[in-house]
Design a protein around this ligand. Structure first.
Ligand code: ZN
Ligand code: ZN
Length: 135
């Protein structure tokens, strides 16, 4: 029996650490303005899990209501945005790929909200691109 994959990650200061005994069922790069503003980066990189697959080892993220349904989780010590969830889908929890100890181990499947992609950012990968969300 192969052992289950084990993903480890943390915020910048390490106050928040997590372990996941699963591979994400999906992953994306999001170019929306909300992700740009909240992550401080030009694109958000996200991976999706079932909520019960994610184990917080230390502190849990504090959450900011960035819209009626969306809660963005961050470390209240260092400010790293580490999680995302939509109250309409309570069984799922999204974590930032960048917070992984080995972020190259998870690759995204597509780009979303490329209508707000930065003009100087040239994407040369072959992943599908969606101008808005993918529904
Ligand atoms: Zn932190
Ligand atoms: Zn976004």
């Amino acid at each position: 029996m192969p052992s289950l994959p084990l993903l480890n990650g943390s915020c910048l200061c390490g106050a928040i650490q997590y372990q996941v005994n699963a591979v994400p069922f999906d992953a994306d790069l999001c170019h929306c303005r909300q992700c740009q503003k909240s992550t401080g980066s030009v694109v958000g990189a996200w991976m999706d899990f079932k909520r019960e697959q994610v184990n917080w080892l230390n502190q849990q993220p504090k959450e900011y209501a960035s819209s009626e349904h969306v809660r963005r989780g961050f470390c209240q010590h260092c400010g790293t945005q580490i999680s995302f969830r939509d109250l309409r889908y309570p069984d799922y929890l999204t974590l930032s790929i960048s917070s992984l100890d080995d972020p190259s181990s998870i690759s995204p499947n597509y780009h979303i909200y490329t209508n707000s992609q930065l003009k100087w950012l040239t994407i040369v990968d072959e992943y599908p691109k969606y101008k808005a969300g993918r529904s």
